[in-house]
Design a protein around this ligand. Structure first.
Ligand code: RVP
Length: 498
C-alpha cells in the first residue's frame, strides 16, 4: 500500500514569528548574514561562505553574467543558467571571472580608417562618448588612439573626416600597464587630470578603460564575494545530468567556483552518477550542489553520493506548474523543515554540516527570514531577481506599468528539457512552467538594501544576531487564514499613493 503522510504540507505565508528578547546587542549593524555555501566538518570553516544568504536561480531569464557580477559585488552568488551551449555558458562565467571593479572592457570601438559619421552612429547606439580606436576595431585590438566628444566639432568637421585625423593618437595618450591596481590607476587619472585611462598589455593591446567616476562604486561594496587570493568575483553554474562530462571541464577551464545540478526532481540515479563523476575528477576542488528534493530521504541519498549542498523545493516557484502537471511537490515551509531535521540528524551522526538552500516560492521579504529560521542556510530566488535592471530580460511597458519578462525553465520558451528529464528521448513533452511578466523594480542594490534591512529588523525582534542563532532560537507560530487577513491593512479605506 502507498505510504501516506498525513501532516498537512504548509508554505511560508502560514507562519509568523513571535518576538524573542531584543537585547542591546541586537542592532541591525551587529547582525551578520554570513552563511555556509558548502559542507564542512564540525569545528572547521566552510571553504565558501556567502556574505548575504542569497543565490540567483539557474534560469535564462535571471542569471547571466551581468546579474552574476552585481550579485557577487553585493555578497551573494549566481548560478549561470545551463540551458545554453557549453561555449556561451563558459563565456558568461569567464566574463564574471575577468570582471575587475572599475576596469571596464571597452564596448565602443572603431579603427583609425573609420569616419566621424561612424563615431556619431556608435555614440548614438551605445550612449558612451569614449571610443577606443584599435587597429582592427575590436575591444582588445592594438590601441591606436582614443576619441571623445572633445576631439571633434560638429559645426565645422565634415562627416567623412577620418578618425586618424582627429583622434588623440597613442603617442599622446597617458595609459596604464595591465596589472596596476585600481588605486594606482586612479592616482594617474588625478595626476594627469584625465577622464579615462586606457590599460594596455605588453603587446600594446587595449584591455580595459578605467573611468574617473567608477572608483567610488568599488568602495561601496564591503560585502563583495570574491576569491581573496586572485581577487576575482565568485560565480557558480548550473549543469545537467546528460552532458556534464563535456560541460563541467569547460566551466572549470573558464574559472567557475561551484556547480549545481539543475533539476525539478533531483532524487535520481542520474544525479548520483553526476555527483560521483565530478568528485572523481575534481575532488574537493569543485564543490557541487544537487537537488531538488523535498524530504529527508532524498536529502540523504544526494548527500551520500557526495553533494556539497542540497537544494530544496518542488513546485513552489512563481512560474512553476509542476504540481498541476505532474502532481508532485510539497509546501515549501514543510519541505524545508523536514529536510533541515534530516540535515541536523546527519550532522549529529557524522559531524558534517550540509547547507540547504530553499529554492523558489518567496513572495514577501519576511518569507526569506522564515525560510532561514526554519533551517535553510541560503535562498535561491528567480522572480525576486528577474525584476531588476541587471537581469537579462526586456524591460517594457504593459498598460500603465513597467514590467520585465520572466519565464520558467520548463516553459516551451526556455525548452530546458534536461531539467525535466526522466531518461529516454530528449524532448519536452509538456510544459512545467509559464512565460510571464514581473513588475520592474529598478537597481538590485537598492532593493537588496530594503530586503536585507527587513531581515535584520526581524532578526532584532527575534533577539538574534546570526543566522545560526536564528535557526536555533526563533519562535515560529502557525496562523489561521483569518489572522492572515488581519496581517495586512484592513477595515480602513486606503488612500491612493503618490
Ligand atoms: P521563484 O523565485 O518563486 O520565481 O522560483 C524560482 C525557482 O523556480 C527556480 O530556482 C527553479 O527551482 C524553479 N523553476 C524554474 N523554472 C521553473 C519552471 O518552468 N517550472 N521552475
Amino acid at each position: 500500500m502507498a505510504k501516506f503522510i498525513n501532516e498537512v504540507s504548509r508554505t511560508f505565508g502560514e507562519y509568523l514569528f513571535i518576538p524573542g528578547l531584543t537585547t542591546s546587542e541586537c542592532t541591525p549593524d551587529n547582525i551578520s548574514l554570513a552563511t555556509p555555501l558548502v559542507k564542512y566538518a564540525k569545528g572547521q570553516e566552510p571553504k565558501i561562505k556567502l556574505n548575504i544568504p542569497f543565490v540567483s536561480a539557474i534560469m535564462q531569464s535571471v542569471s547571466n553574467d551581468t546579474l552574476a557580477i552585481e550579485l557577487a559585488r553585493n555578497g551573494g552568488l549566481s548560478f549561470i543558467f545551463g540551458s545554453q551551449t557549453i561555449e556561451s555558458q563558459s563565456e558568461m562565467v569567464r566574463k564574471v571571472k575577468k570582471f575587475k571593479a572599475g576596469f571596464v572592457t571597452s564596448d565602443s570601438n572603431l579603427t583609425p580608417h573609420d569616419t566621424l559619421a561612424d563615431v556619431l552612429r556608435l555614440v548614438q547606439k551605445t550612449g558612451h562618448s569614449t571610443i577606443g580606436i584599435t587597429a582592427d576595431g575590436t575591444p582588445n585590438g592594438k590601441l591606436m588612439g582614443i576619441v571623445t566628444s572633445r576631439d571633434y566639432r560638429l559645426s565645422t568637421d565634415p562627416l567623412d573626416k577620418k578618425i586618424e585625423d582627429f583622434m588623440t593618437p597613442f603617442e599622446r595618450l597617458t595609459y596604464g600597464k595591465l596589472g596596476i591596481s585600481l588605486s594606482e590607476a586612479n592616482d594617474i587619472i588625478w595626476e594627469h587630470k584625465l577622464n579615462t585611462l586606457p590599460i594596455i598589455d605588453e603587446g600594446g593591446r587595449l584591455i580595459y578603460f578605467v573611468f574617473r567616476k567608477d572608483y567610488d562604486s568599488h568602495k561601496e561594496n564591503p560585502l563583495e564575494l570574491s576569491n581573496k587570493e586572485n581577487k576575482t568575483l565568485l560565480v557558480g553554474a548550473g549543469i545537467n545530468t546528460r552532458d556534464y562530462q563535456e560541460r563541467v571541464p569547460a566551466l572549470v577551464e573558464a574559472g567557475v567556483d561551484i556547480v549545481c545540478i539543475d533539476s525539478s526532481d533531483g532524487y535520481s540515479e542520474w544525479q548520483r552518477n553526476t555527483i560521483k563523476w565530478v568528485k572523481e575528477q575534481y575532488g574537493d576542488r569543485l564543490p557541487i550542489g544537487a537537488g531538488n528534493v523535498v524530504d529527508g530521504e532524498g536529502f540523504r541519498y544526494l548527500v551520500e553520493a557526495g553533494a556539497d549542498f542540497i537544494k530544496v523545493g518542488i513546485g513552489g516557484g512563481s512560474i512553476c506548474i509542476t504540481r498541476e502537471q505532474k502532481g508532485i511537490g510539497r509546501g515549501q515551509a514543510t519541505a524545508i523543515i523536514e529536510v533541515a531535521k534530516e540535515r541536523n540528524r546527519y550532522y549529529e551522526e557524522t559531524g558534517i554540516y550540509i547547507p540547504i538552500c530553499s529554492d523558489g516560492g518567496i513572495v514577501h521579504d519576511y518569507h526569506m527570514t522564515l525560510a532561514l529560521a526554519m533551517g535553510a542556510d541560503f535562498l535561491m530566488m528567480g522572480r525576486y531577481f528577474a525584476r531588476f535592471d541587471e537581469s537579462p530580460t526586456k524591460k517594457m511597458k504593459l498598460g500603465n506599468n513597467i514590467v520585465k519578462e520572466y519565464w520558467g525553465e520548463g516553459s516551451f520558451r526556455a525548452r530546458n528539457w534536461q531539467r525535466y528529464d526522466s531518461g529516454g528521448q530528449e524532448n519536452l513533452k509538456f510544459e512545467e512552467g509559464v512565460d510571464s511578466y514581473v513588475p520592474y523594480a529598478g537597481k538590485m542594490k537598492d532593493n537588496l538594501a530594503t530586503t536585507l534591512g527587513k531581515i535584520r529588523a526581524t532578526m532584532c525582534s527575534c533577539g538574534t544576531t546570526t543566522l545560526a542563532d536564528l535557526q536555533a532560537n526563533a519562535k515560529i507560530t502557525l496562523v489561521s487564514s483569518t489572522s492572515i487577513v488581519e496581517g495586512g491593512a484592513h477595515d480602513v479605506i486606503l488612500k491612493e499613493r503618490g
